[in-house]
Design a protein around this ligand. Structure first.
Ligand code: NAD
Length: 110
C-alpha cells in the first residue's frame, strides 16, 4: 500500500496560519496516512505480511520555509512510519517512507 495523498501550498508566516489551515493539513497528510495504515494492516495480518510505503517529504527531515503545517505533518509521518515498522516487523509487514525533494506537480501549484 502506498499512502500518497497530500496537500501543500504557501502557508505564509507561521504566526498567521489559521487553525483551520493547520488542521486540514494534519487531517490529510498525517491522519490520512494513519487511516490508510490502520485499515490495511488487518488485511496484511490475515495474509501473512505486506508492505506499506508512506510519502513524507524532504521537508519532514529538514524543515521548509513558509510551510510550517506541511513540515510538521511530514515529520510526524516519518516517525509514524518508524514506530509502525518496529511494531509490525514481527508480522512480516514492512513500513518504509520515501522523502522526495521539490518536484512541480498539481499539488505544488496550488
Ligand atoms: N511535489 C513535491 O515537491 C513533493 C515533495 C515531497 C513530497 N511530496 C509528496 O508526494 C505526495 C504526492 O504529491 P504530488 O506532488 O505528486 O502531487 P499530486 O497533486 O500529483 O498528488 C497529490 C494527490 O493527493 C490527492 N489528495 C489530496 N487531498 C486528498 C484528500 N483529502 N483525499 C484523497 N486524496 C487527496 C490529490 O487528489 C492528488 O491525487 C504528497 O504526499 C506530497 O506531500 C511531494
Amino acid at each position: 500500500m502506498v499512502n500518497n495523498a497530500g496537500i501543500a501550498g504557501n502557508e505564509g508566516p507561521f504566526h498567521e496560519i489559521s487553525i483551520e489551515k493547520w488542521q486540514r493539513t494534519q487531517d490529510i497528510n498525517l491522519t490520512g496516512t494513519f487511516l490508510g495504515m490502520k485499515h490495511v494492516i488487518p488485511n496484511m495480518l490475515d495474509n501473512g505480511g505486506g508492505s506499506i510505503v508512506n510519502i513524507p517529504s524532504i521537508a519532514g527531515l529538514t524543515g521548509g520555509s513558509g510551510a510550517s503545517s506541511y513540515t510538521a505533518s511530514k515529520g510526524a509521518v516519518r516517525l509514524l512510519t518508524k514506530a509502525t515498522a518496529i511494531d509490525y516487523s514481527k508480522n512480516n509487514i514492512r513500513v518504509n517512507s520515501v522523502h522526495p525533494g521539490y518536484i512541480e506537480t498539481p499539488m505544488t501549484s496550488l
